[in-house]
Design a protein around this ligand. Structure first.
Ligand code: HMH
Length: 230
């Protein structure tokens, strides 16, 4: 896999330092077997379906966590960016509902599905980091999600084993490869870099890096629940 991460964060900035420090937790997330099988088209539909329904429920709570970043935003520019990100998350759910509609599942049916432990643990952990910490703690908990899926898409585009023709998961891939999503992911990494400067990232590195790696492991478990359902 090439240099997909070079897209996100500045050299020497807090985002790249956290990503590098997360090591295998990060690569195990962004190149999880679930992702590889989306790329080569061999993921069982049942796996994808389980994942996508849980991801719909995930995004509802993730939007709430992003909204907390509006509340905790320390500048008008930050508040605007986060408000737009809340709307982007709510837009992302259209992808999920489109797939669900193809499977004959309505939104009313999807929201009735109970959240799994993987979904609850990840989303409520992010909310808790934001409630108990400051804006940097919250953004660190949010960033692996936003930036990670940007990297996932770039890894898939660069994958020699990628199935391009007739890949059932192509519209999922397109959503995250889309320039609008990629720009949001780059902006999220840039914000981490800026907050690192303004909010003492250096002195707080040990805790921030533990949180970043924790989010990456929670993401891995999120993919894994899909694989296990296949
Ligand atoms: C679990 C998870 N992480 C990240 C994203 C990207 O928004 C998503 N849709 N779901």
């Amino acid at each position: 896999m090439s240099e997909a991460h070079q897209e996100f964060g500045a050299p020497g900035g807090l985002f790249r330092r956290l990503r590098d420090a997360a090591g295998r937790d990060w690569t195990g997330y962004t190149w999880h077997p679930f992702v590889q099988r989306v790329s080569d088209g061999t993921l069982p539909l049942l796996s994808f379906r389980h994942y996508l329904i849980q991801d719909y429920l995930f995004l509802i709570h993730f939007a709430r966590a992003k909204a907390l970043a509006v509340v905790k935003g320390e500048s008008l520019a930050a508040m605007r960016e986060k408000a737009a990100a809340v709307l982007a998350i709510l837009d992302e759910t259209k992808l999920h509902l489109k797939y669900c509609a193809e499977w004959g599942l309505s939104e009313a049916e999807v929201v009735k599905v109970p959240e799994t432990a993987e979904t609850v643990s990840y989303t409520r952990w992010v909310l808790d980091r934001g409630l108990s910490g400051d804006i940097l703690d919250l953004e660190i908990a949010l960033a692996p999600c936003t930036v990670g899926y940007g990297e996932v898409a770039l890894r898939i585009l660069a994958d020699p084993a990628r199935k391009v023709e007739g890949n059932a998961y192509q519209s999922w891939i397109d959503t995250y490869a889309d320039e609008g999503y990629q720009a949001m992911a780059r902006a999220a990494a840039a914000r981490i870099d800026a907050l690192g400067e303004s909010h003492g990232g250096e002195a707080r590195f040990a805790r921030l890096s533990a949180d970043f790696a924790e989010a990456a492991r929670l993401e891995q478990r999120f993919w894994q629940q899909g694989l296990d359902a296949g």
